[in-house]
Write a protein that binds this ligand. Sequence first.
Ligand code: NAP
Length: 395
Amino acid sequence: MHALSAAGSGSSQMMTITLQDFSGSSVPTSGIRRLVVPLDQLQSTYGRLLRSGVKILGVSNGLTSTAATPEQSPAGSSAPASPQPATTAKPARKAPARAAHGDVPVNLYKPKAPFIGKVISNESLLKEGAIGRVNHIIMDLSGGDLRYVEGQSIGIIPDGLADNGKPHKIRLYSIASTRHGDNLAGNTVSLCVRQLQYEKDGELVNGVCSTFLCDIAPDAPVKITGPVGKEMLLPDDEEANVIMLATGTGIAPMRAYLRRMFDPGERARNPGYAFRGKAWLFMGVPTTPNLLYEEEFQSYLRAYPDNFRYTKAISREQNNSGGGRMYIQHQVAECADEIFNLINLDSTHLYMCGLRGMEPGIDEAMAAAATARGLDWKTLRPQMKKAGRWHVETY
Ligand code: NAP
């Protein structure tokens, strides 16, 4: 079923089917109707409607203001409705319970006894003319027990001492590789790290750990803790729809998901996970040379055009409709109807990683799309979160 759970509970749950009935009308839009049915009759009603030849435009949960009218058919009630965009809604099926993830490894190595990994490679991910420094760092985990899954993070303890004379605290980084690592041997972990640089009192300050990592040489030892995090895990469902919103190095977990879904070597390693859903990546970077993992994503587009969609927000090259910098939330606003139709399916998960600043804009876009359907985003988003389908890790 649609996991945006319906108004009420149990047998009182009601669902709204929006349909277009051409019979008796030469003007298509005048035939758009809403049918309100109890949840337990949704599947049979849906089938009956399909067989009768009407076009089903969507299924949403709960009663809408126009739909809460007296019954007009044995299955439920119908009422005129404003035109709705077509959706990819499917017949109802039972919503999966939020996954417990009890088998996901966490805190195998703690700050007091970190795992000592070894750098295999440290290479820039940027092209000529890019702003700043972003590196892809692969570390060897051989000889230890540091296991992880896609969407988790590891801690890094940089060498040296902090200003207070004590060892540096750990910094968390999202893992950019799948559980099998980039070499598929299951003994490495990769990070995507931007060197943090900012001005303080007129002086340029380099981030301690990001600079340590961007400068680290192959063969150097590195103190690693974790893994941590269960917020950003991918569903096991091979038919899930996965919407990914990333700014800058927030692409790290998405890069791992996309490898798991589409990389040929990964697919060969995962006979139980042959992704068949829709993956839609929104990626925000300042300039084209700042795009990360572009070649990999382009190869997935070529190999899986029906399963992978890729939308870029290149802030300093594109303008939004207001004339300002194109941020990811502007692209999301432009596609809000399509996104909304997707997240109305309980098989859809949305992941957001990167700058916290994108969150309000994305909420605004989703709220507008919800309002256009007579729904309240303030109610729906917590429901998605509770169902484990709305995953956010922003700093
Ligand atoms: P960045 O290159 O600084 O920025 C990426 C893009 O986001 C740029 O195009 C930038 O535009 C744009 N942007 C700036 N403000 C924005 C806003 N309010 N809303 C939407 N887009 C905005 O990215 P970065 O340095 O890699 O930083 C990524 C951030 O993600 C860092 O804060 C990092 O700590 C965080 N991060 C979090 C996780 C996690 O939580 N697991 C993992 C990785 C990274 P302009 O610069 O052109 O304005």
